[in-house]
Write a protein that binds this ligand. Structure first.
Ligand code: FAD
Ligand code: DLZ
Ligand code: SF4
Length: 515
């Protein structure tokens, strides 16, 4: 067969309507997919993350083959695999002698730069196409951002609602409000009936992937088994339908809640599937809207879910591309501490941290409030170098790709971009964690105490953080109430709080954990 076009599909581009594929000719073109060492090592990925991506890639190759495509699939353990995209493309060009190469823009600066280099390197006509699986293109986001003093997600989100017509009644938002977040802050009780994501038994292909990952990534973070993620489009759609029926109705109420031993609560656990392209974000939002229209889910739940996807997800992508590759090096608060070892070991007496890190090891998943208000909050208060925090989040979650992870970590969680993404730091004392979870009940620390051997570390760290960053933060109107409280403390109390925090941090540095 003489090959016309070699169409490259990366591991997070598993969508049949991808711009690199959709105008293809099955009789003359070849799809190229590559498992390569360079992608498995740019971050020290969780074992489950690597297994999920490889299994989903193989599932996609199978899906496309069943649809009549010729797929040139390079496995990680193929004896001639040279380990990089560019070497494997060169070998594939040698095999097929295509007239042209077509690829879709990668989701991160690092690989996009590599794609630009392929254009120069290979002596073949080369077409690099935009990734239009998002509602808002890079150019449209830049246009939206131009001339705005502040880039606030809420205004961006309203534009996306108007653009899609989701939850719109004419020009007005359904229910008379754009955002029902205030209703979405209930703590959960352990006696609630708790839905669980569907668990899928690994098929033969996935079992092979698990063996490869077990053998080659033994020292990586996290548990490989049990492995139950869906890895095919059909199973991903089953998982989404299950979420819509079982969890969406209460998604809103308990969006910020945390419970011991409950890893998922009413969250969808769909982010890995959306991010690799197995699920279409807009179709999910339409399905959620239908649940509301049918009376099967309340508006606060459906609006909350849709906001996360057409609001936050699109907005953070816009921020990522607007800011260039240096965004991950931002460090507005000049935080320098090394990431404490407990982030890898999970060994700590702080019950909230042990829960969030422990389930991250087990599942390659933690929900948003665990990431933001437990592990993220702790790193922020302790003054951990945001670059190291970013590297951790990029490694440990199955849904972690830099375009979505970096703005959430550098911007939202660590305030390292100086407030470009978030209007104030997400810093909180133990009281927040106590209000939204049952973690404190089983903790060796006392959440009500600020100083003393049993005092919850989040308390002194919180006031210490405010004290340390006064020059930077006190002019922020959204911080003024916190600073008023801080200023009402007597000098003795302030000194005791800072001493408590300093001692805790010194200990943390010495041992790598808080023990
Ligand atoms: P649900 O709560 O069910 O939400 C539904 C969907 O909305 C998610 O599947 C996701 O696609 C989208 N969504 C929700 N919140 C966000 C958000 N803040 N940004 C972008 N999309 C969002 N999300 C990732 O997809 N990849 C990451 O690498 C990632 N890193 C993060 C790092 C930090 C420090 C923080 C605070 C958040 C991060 N998030 C990341 C955002 C969010 O935590 C996850 O999208 C969410 O926890 C995924 O679980 P879920 O599918 O059950 O989400
Ligand atoms: C994350 C990842 C991993 C671990 N391995 C591969 C791989 O071997 N081949 C591949 O095409 N993609 C992989 N990915 C996803 C890529 O890193 C992702 O497509 C790029 O980060 C896009 O910017
Ligand atoms: Fe976390 Fe403090 Fe509560 Fe312990 S007492 S679980 S450290 S917030």
């Amino acid at each position: 067969m003489s090959v016309d076009v070699l169409r490259i599909v990366l591991g997070d581009q598993l969508t049949p309507s991808l711009s690199a594929i959709r105008d293809g000719d099955k009789s003359r073109d070849v799809l190229l997919m590559m498992e390569v060492a360079e992608e498995t090592t740019y971050a020290r990925h969780h074992k489950k993350k690597i297994a999920f991506i490889f299994a989903a890639m193989r599932g996609f190759a199978g899906e496309m083959q069943a649809n009549g495509w010729h797929v040139d699939y390079v496995r990680l353990d193929a004896s001639a695999n040279h380990g990089s995209f560019s070497d494997e493309i060169a070998r594939s060009i040698g095999r097929h002698q295509p007239r042209r190469i077509i690829t879709t823009e990668a989701g991160e600066h690092r690989v996009l730069a590599a794609q630009e280099a392929w254009r120069a390197k290979f002596d073949v006509e080369f077409d690099l196409r935009p990734d239009d699986r998002f509602l808002c293109s890079k150019a449209d986001f830049a246009k939206w951002a131009q001339g705005r003093r502040q880039l606030r997600m809420e205004y961006f989100y309203r534009d996306m609602r108007k653009k899609t017509g989701l939850l719109m009644e004419g020009n007005e938002p359904a229910g008379g409000r754009w955002n029902f977040d205030k209703k979405n802050r209930k703590p959960a009780n352990a006696d609630l009936f708790m839905p669980a994501p569907i668990r899928f038994d690994p098929d033969d292909e996935t079992r092979e992937v698990l063996d490869v990952v077990a053998a080659q990534f033994e020292d990586n973070f996290g548990d490989l088994r049990p492995f139950w993620f869906p890895v095919t489009r059909a199973d991903a759609e089953r998982a989404a339908a299950h979420f819509m029926k079982e969890a969406l109705p209460q998604f809103g109420d308990f969006q910020d809640a945390m419970l011991r031993g409950e890893h998922f609560l009413f969250h969808s656990v769909l982010s890995p599937l959306i991010n690799v392209g197995l699920l279409d974000p807009l179709a999910l939002c339409r399905a959620a809207e239908t649940q509301w229209k049918d009376g099967a889910a309340p508006l606060n739940a459906v609006e909350g879910f849709i906001r996360q996807i057409i609001g936050w997800r699109e907005y953070v992508r816009g921020i990522y591309w607007l800011n260039g590759p240096d965004y991950i090096s931002k460090n507005a608060l000049e935080a320098k501490r090394n990431l404490p070892w407990m982030y890898w070991s999970g060994e700590t007496d702080m019950a909230c941290m042990a829960e969030a890190i422990g389930q991250t090891k087990e599942e390659a998943y933690a929900h948003h409030i665990q990431r933001l208000m437990v592990t993220g909050n702790f790193a922020l208060l302790a003054g951990v170098d945001p670059r190291q925090v970013h590297e951790w989040y990029l490694a440990v979650y199955a849904d972690a790709f830099e375009w979505v992870e970096a703005p959430n970590t550098i911007g939202m969680s660590q305030f390292a971009d100086g407030g470009l993404l978030a209007s104030k730091p997400y810093a909180a004392s133990g009281a927040y964690i106590d209000r939204m979870s049952d973690y404190c009940d089983g903790c060796r620390y006392n959440v009500k105490q600020r100083v003393g051997e049993d005092a919850c570390p989040f308390n002194s760290l919180y006031w210490n953080f405010l004290g340390r960053h006064r020059a930077h933060l006190s002019a922020n109107p959204r911080m003024s109430q916190m600073y008023r409280t801080y200023d009402r403390f007597s000098d003795d109390v302030r000194v005791a709080l800072h001493r408590q925090a300093d001692e805790f941090l010194a200990h943390l540095d010495e041992n790598g954990t808080d023990r």
